[in-house]
Write a protein that binds this ligand. Structure first.
Ligand code: UGA
Ligand code: MN
Length: 252
């Protein structure tokens, strides 16, 4: 089965570095199709040029997060969910493209800043409905994970509101394309309360009992919720004032 990876991404200093790291992982994964969805009113040349030289099978989409849904400078990052419209746009494209045939494939939501092991993709490739596994360095914990007893997920190891329907990070599950197609209404709800974004999508697709535990019954961490530090531009700004700023024609 093909793995469709949906990645929301937005313009900032580290964007090309993030996409470079991700693409070098994905190049090592057989049968992967990358759906890159820019949070932008138009496709940027940085991402277009990057993808066309990436060597990957890809689809390049864009949709801007409406202003009132976007985090403003200084807002705490838990205030509003990120990447919602972009993931939904990826789902829309998959449904439109597969209108006349139900291809045997898997859908995974990969944020552009996480770290993914190659083994993760072989685990998720054989998803029947929804597969799940641990995520490292997330939720203020060493890891969060589904807890498995007798081959079934019975609860979740998480530090925060374990009573949520699916207390999983976006990086902790994959869905079969067939399930996405037979549930045309399933999507991410940007109005869902904090921490319920993943649940808003998964609730319309499965029950906890139906989850397929991967990664050795959810005992192996194969993906990490890493976050990239925002680079400081103090020197750049000082140099700019002296007319000695870095060449804007050199893409970073
Ligand atoms: C956590 C989860 O891991 C995300 O899956 C979830 O979307 C997010 O919280 C949330 O609360 O919405 P976190 O590291 O805090 O992730 O979020 P980011 O990595 O900053 O953003 C998630 C994705 O959305 C990234 O791929 C990022 O490039 C994209 N994004 C972020 C946009 O498309 N637009 C933005 O304005 C910000
Ligand atoms: Mn992130």
């Amino acid at each position: 089965p093909t793995i469709y990876v949906i990645t929301p991404t937005y313009t900032r200093l580290v964007q090309k570095a993030e996409l470079t790291r991700l693409s070098h992982t994905f190049l090592l994964v057989p049968q992967l199709h990358w759906i890159v969805v820019e949070d932008s009113p138009h496709k940027t040349s940085l991402v277009s040029d990057f993808l066309s030289h990436s060597g990957l099978a890809f689809t390049h989409l864009h949709v801007a997060t409406p202003r009132e849904r976007k985090l403003q400078e200084g807002d705490p990052n838990w205030l509003k969910p990120r990447g919602v419209e972009q993931r939904n746009e990826g789902l829309r494209w998959l449904r439109e493209t597969n209108r006349n045939r139900a291809e045997d494939a898997v859908v995974y939501f990969a944020d552009d800043d996480n770290t993914y092991s190659l083994q993760l993709f072989e685990e998720m490739r054989w998803t029947q409905r929804v597969s799940v596994w641990p995520v490292g360095l997330v939720g203020g914990m060493r890891y969060e994970r589904p807890v498995v007893e007798q081959g079934r997920v019975v609860r979740f190891h998480t530090g925060w509101r374990p009573s949520r329907p699916f207390p999983l990070d976006m990086a902790g599950f994959a869905v079969s394309l067939r399930l996405v197609l037979v549930n045309p209404e399933a999507r991410f709800d940007g109005d869902a309360p904090m921490g319920f974004l993943e649940s808003s999508f998964l609730q319309s697709l499965v029950t906890m009992e139906e989850l397929e535990p991967k990664a050795d019954m959810c005992t192996k961490v194969l993906v990490w919720h890493t976050r990239t530090e925002k680079p400081k531009m103090k020197r750049e700004e000082a140099m700019l004032k002296q007319g000695l700023g870095s060449d804007p024609a050199i893409e970073v």
